[in-house]
Design a protein around this ligand. Structure first.
Ligand code: FAD
Ligand code: NDP
Length: 530
């Protein structure tokens, strides 16, 4: 009796909170309470949180995840390209072709460096160490399969149905799902959360789709890419070029403008310099115009910034020129869901213009294309929809996309949180900010006499209280260090707080507690001695 009363009460309060869908038919009329379209970072997080919230109130919800992927390049169906991942398992981009395989490849490259340096630490290692690409790829793919298995069991345990099929809306509460064999069925749901993500883009030039690959294929290449052209200069391009160089491949980056657009350019340039020193070639101000095949290699025609045409041959051409949202294939426009370019237009509650259809992750117009933001937004969204506690206390728990920390896993790793130096100058004016910086050599590098003063830290402060609004770090373990700083920035940390914090010795992170050289002083920002 009490349980029934509680259940009715919860449904009532949830209905009141989501005024937008109070007039919609009750969930009893639909097969599911919630269907998440997309089983990547955002969809999985939203489904799991919805399940948790409802089950903690003795409600056994009917939740499904519809996930399906087909390779974006339908031109390249040639059987001599077995590396193409036509389908993938649960986990979306991050698990299958993103963060996970990328971080393993990056780590593999770092291990190569450790081995080279090991003799300085007394290890007897042969003077040349070879890398076996095939076994790395096999281990990466096995690891990905183990993650699929984990997700599938998790879904089964939580009684979240996994439907491996492509979804398309028929009306506001009905989708049609089509599986790999072409079987079609319709599904109705009270609510939908869309988290369909993005796919790599190809430039519109001759030969691009026929002969080039994207990061979607890189982690499954059955042979090493050898002499590789990476086109693009943002996260994916520089990370890929970095670990491929570290894995002994000969890499050229073709950059049409600046590296890492949107990031602190002082730091971005230092990454490029570091990569050049490590053997990566950069062709600046150049764009490819045509690719053709020549036996087993590819001839790339490209123009430079003076419009001169050049030709060069590569074994692999990798495009990392951005990603395109795939939400336009869902038939949402006919339901009245608004779009902002190719992304779904959502309000601060991740609600589309159709109130019971929500969207999170890479496919929305107000986010960041990062796994943790998709996870956090998906989880908060389900809490807002289904948590009685949040509903009754009227907490909104809105996703905050400011000060999200991130790390670019280039050979010189780059962690950042908050604003770049150029953006702070634009917003506050040069006279109202203070930039503290230091270049230094971690103990481990001093010991091996490598990468002297390449590790770099920059803290940007504003106002008389010197509130920290930007943190930038180039060096080892950038993600680990930046994550901690992000908490402090959220809490409004000031330079004085950093100065009064005791460091941990000997670490690189302790440098943030004794920054005293300012950009304004004009002094050389390099540390000497211990
Ligand atoms: P996705 O994870 O892309 O999931 C969407 C899912 O929906 C996919 O499985 C897709 O196939 C499926 N789908 C699409 N259309 C349909 C349909 N019609 N029906 C059914 N299913 C459909 N982020 C980080 O934070 N750190 C990193 O280090 C990092 N590295 C990256 C490296 C690379 C090479 C790439 C490409 C990305 C990287 N990212 C990283 C970004 C991160 O992977 C994405 O931001 C994140 O995966 C987005 O999650 P999502 O849930 O929005 O979409
Ligand atoms: P971006 O959109 O960030 O960058 C695209 C790059 O390609 C830019 O350098 C751009 O140059 C260049 N470009 C675009 N079109 C062309 C063209 N026709 N010819 C030559 N160059 C071109 O895309 P990414 O694919 O690198 O990354 C997508 C997102 O994935 C990122 O924003 C990030 O959020 C996420 N990600 C996160 C990672 C992490 O957290 N470590 C790692 C990898 C990805 P220009 O600047 O001139 O426009």
């Amino acid at each position: 009796m009490l349980v029934r009363f509680r259940r009715r009460h919860i449904l009532e309060t949830i209905r009141k909170y989501h005024k937008g869908d109070s007039n919609e038919q009750s969930s009893l009329k639909h097969q599911y309470d919630l269907v998440c379209i997309g089983g990547g970072s955002g969809g999985l997080a939203a489904a799991k949180r919805a399940h948790l919230e409802l089950q903690s109130r003795d409600i056994q919800p009917k939740i499904a995840i519809v996930d399906y992927r087909e390779h974006p390049n339908i031109v390249n169906t040639s059987p001599d390209r077995p590396e193409i991942n036509w389908r993938w398992g649960l986990g979306g981009t991050c698990t299958n072709v993103g963060c996970i395989p990328k971080k393993i490849m990056h780590t593999a490259a770092l291990y190569g460096e450790y081995v080279q340096n090991a003799s300085e630490f007394g290890w007897k290692v042969p003077s040349t160490v070879e890398h076996d690409w095939e076994s790395l790829v096999e281990n990466v793919q096995n690891h990905i399969r183990s993650i699929h298995f984990g997700y599938r069991s998790d879904m089964m345990l939580n009684k979240i149905e996994h439907i491996n099929a492509r979804a398309k809306f028929l009306d506001k509460h009905t989708i049609e799902v089509t599986d790999a064999k072409g079987n079609v069925k319709t599904i109705t749901s009270r609510r939908f959360i869309i988290a369909v993500g993005c796919m790599p883009k190809y430039p519109d030039i001759e030969g691009a789709k026929e002969y080039a690959i994207t990061s979607d294929e890189l982690f499954a290449l059955i042979k090493p890419p050898n002499k590789t052209l990476v086109v693009g200069a943002s996260y994916i391009a520089l990370e890929s070029a970095g670990y491929l160089s570290g894995l002994n491949q000969k890499v050229t980056v073709m950059m049409r403008s600046i590296p890492l657009r949107g990031f602190d350019q002082d730091c971005a340039q230092k990454i490029v310099e570091f990569m050049k020193e490590r053997g990566t070639t950069f062709k600046q101000g150049c764009v490819p115009t045509k690719i053709r095949k020549n036996k087993n290699s590819f001839v790339v025609e490209y123009v430079d910034d003076k419009n001169s045409v050049h030709v060069e041959e590569y074994d692999t051409v990798l495009f990392a020129v951005g990603r395109k949202c795939v939400a336009d294939e869902l038939g949402l426009q006919q339901l009245g869901v608004k779009f902002d370019n190719d992304k779904i237009d959502v309000n601060e509650f991740e609600q589309t213009s159709v109130p019971h259809i929500y969207a999170v992750g890479d496919c929305i117009n107000r986010g960041l294309e990062l796994t943790p933001t998709a996870i956090h937004a998906g989880s908060l969204l389900s809490r807002r929809i289904y948590s009685e506690e949040l509903v009754t206390k009227n907490h909104k728990h809105i996703m905050d996309y400011t000060n999200v920390p991130t790390t670019v896993f280039t050979p010189l790793e780059y962690g950042s949180c908050g604003m770049s130096e150029e953006d702070t100058i634009k917003k506050y004016g040069q006279d109202n900010i203070e930039v503290y910086l230091i270049g230094f050599t971690p103990l481990e590098h001093e010991f091996t006499h490598k990468d002297t003063n390449k590790t770099y830290m920059k803290v940007i402060c504003v106002g008389s209280e010197e509130k920290i609004i930007g943190f930038h770090y180039l060096g080892p373990n950038a993600g680990e260090i930046t994550q901690g700083v992000a908490v402090a920035i959220r809490l409004g940390v000031t330079k004085h707080d950093l100065d009064s914090t005791v460091g941990i010795h000997p670490t690189v992170a302790e440098e943030m507690t004794r920054l005293n050289i300012t950009r304004r002083s004009g002094l050389v920002a390099e540390k000497r001695g211990c």
